[in-house]
Design a protein around this ligand. Structure first.
Ligand code: ZN
Length: 158
């Protein structure tokens, strides 16, 4: 999805030094990131050939891009995140993932650290959403653990 087509995208100044992000002595930011921000061209990202918009904060006169606001900011191989996640969740080993995607072996565990953080964030967000909706959680069952242990015993039936 192109960032140009996202009509509801309202960039906020990401710099903590900017006066719109300054906090009062109470530790509360009166208008976090909300200031006058204008478009400031774009650039073509080399890692995935995507057109990324640049913005200018008129308060602190610094520029930033829309990719700064994403968790993948600064990654040079962001197009590998999804294939690595799918392959690893399918039980493919790290070495084989590296060989299949023709990347360095060390890249895979680095990406898995990032993907783990993302999964953890998603899990916390999901639990927070469930609690906000009033759903009570007593226990979480991981089905995969149980079925994996049973798979050796069930082989004679398959
Ligand atoms: Zn600013």
């Amino acid at each position: 999805m192109s960032e140009r087509s996202s009509a509801g995208f309202h960039p906020k100044c990401p710099y903590s030094e900017c006066s719109v992000n300054s906090k009062t002595p109470d530790g509360v930011s009166p208008s976090p990131g909300i200031g006058r921000i204008v478009r400031n061209g774009y650039y073509r990202r080399s890692s995935d050939s995507k057109r990324v918009s640049r913005f200018l904060c008129l308060t602190c006169e610094r520029t930033f891009s829309s990719s700064r606001l994403t968790p993948c900011f600064g990654q040079k191989k962001r197009r590998l995140n999804d294939p690595i996640r799918k392959l690893y969740c399918s039980g493919v080993s790290k070495r084989r993932i590296a060989r299949l995607l023709r990347i360095n072996r060390k890249t895979v565990p680095r990406k898995l650290l990032f993907l783990g953080e993302q999964a953890n964030h998603y899990l916390k967000q999901t639990i927070a959403d469930l609690q906000a909706s009033g759903t009570k959680l007593d226990a979480i069952q991981f089905d995969e653990l149980e079925s994996f242990e049973h798979s050796k015993c069930l082989q004679e039936f398959l």
